[in-house]
Design a protein around this ligand. Structure first.
Ligand SMILES: [Zn+2]
Length: 284
């Protein structure tokens, strides 16, 4: 499932082709969204004025005042293309937004709505969301405060980091990567941590997510990436993204970059979790 950084990058791509240009082509798949058919016609001639993301949801604002809410769930995917290109996809096309020069196409998403200001401010999913992990104004201190609050302090990080009401935009790969980078036992709770440990996890939640957004999904710090790539060159192994992208995620049994002991994989809160037992003080 795409996480906050992937949704934000998709929003950037869509904004690049749509922003502030009159829409000439708007369509919502009739089978999936019969109730949006009239709205599609009304959006012709309007423009997209802004695209925000809230965790894994995208909010596209139109000049006429409506906002399109979309949540990609597991399979949704945005594709952008020049008007003379026809993207090849076996997925179901759900939303088309086109200008004179480009199209943005949303495939497979089932959760799409057009909201006015009132519906936007009372949307049940958005109303419950925690602060966005990519919000530039969010500070580590605010995350510490939130983690220490009554609602969250007794829940372990395995569950807490997947809870969109705690921090919006953190998903499964970020969970493993943040916990490793902070050196935190995944089954510990905020209440069990020292102030220093809490600050470490809050800082890593911000840094790791922001780095993934900037780099297109690489969570390893730049220095480690350079070192891994140097070793790959020496050994003649391929330089694929998967080979240097993550510190622990999808690296089961491979040596930890810090202590060389094998990375472990378990299912935790119904999703695969990867960790280093030594660096993260997990009893074995
Ligand atoms: Zn280790």
């Amino acid at each position: 499932m795409p996480e906050g950084p992937e949704i934000r990058r998709a929003a950037d791509r869509v904004a690049k082709v749509l922003l502030d240009r009159p829409l000439t082509d708007v369509a919502f798949a009739a089978d999936a969204f019969p109730h949006l058919q009239d709205a599609a016609d009304a959006l012709i001639g309007q423009s997209v004025t802004r695209i925000d993301t809230r965790g894994k949801a995208m909010l596209m604002r139109f000049s006429g005042g409506l906002t399109m809410y979309s949540h990609n769930q597991l399979y949704g995917r945005w594709v952008t293309a020049a008007i003379n290109e026809i993207p090849l996809s076996t997925r179901a096309l759900r939303v088309t937004l086109g200008t004179a020069t480009h199209r943005a196409l949303l495939y497979s998403a089932s959760d799409v709505a057009l909201l006015d200001e009132v519906a936007l401010s009372t949307h049940p999913f958005l109303a419950r969301l925690g602060p966005d992990i990519l919000d530039q104004h969010l500070t580590a201190g605010q995350i510490v405060e939130r983690a220490s609050s009554r609602a969250f302090r007794n829940r372990n990080f395995v569950a807490l980091l997947l809870d969109q009401n705690f921090l919006a935009g953190v998903g499964n790969y970020l969970r493993s990567e943040i916990l490793f980078a902070a050196g935190i036992n995944p089954w510990s709770t905020p209440k069990q941590l020292t102030a220093k440990q809490l600050m470490a996890i809050a800082r890593q939640a911000l840094h790791t997510s922001q780095r993934s957004y900037r780099t297109g999904g690489v969570t390893n710090p730049a220095r480690r990436v350079a070192e891994i790539r140097r070793q790959l060159r020496q050994s003649g192994e391929p330089h694929t993204l998967e080979n240097y992208r993550f510190a622990v995620f999808r690296r089961e049994a491979a040596p930890c970059y810090a202590c060389r002991r094998p990375i472990r994989k378990v299912r935790a809160a119904s999703r695969p979790l990867f960790y280093c037992a030594t660096c993260q003080n997990v009893d074995t």
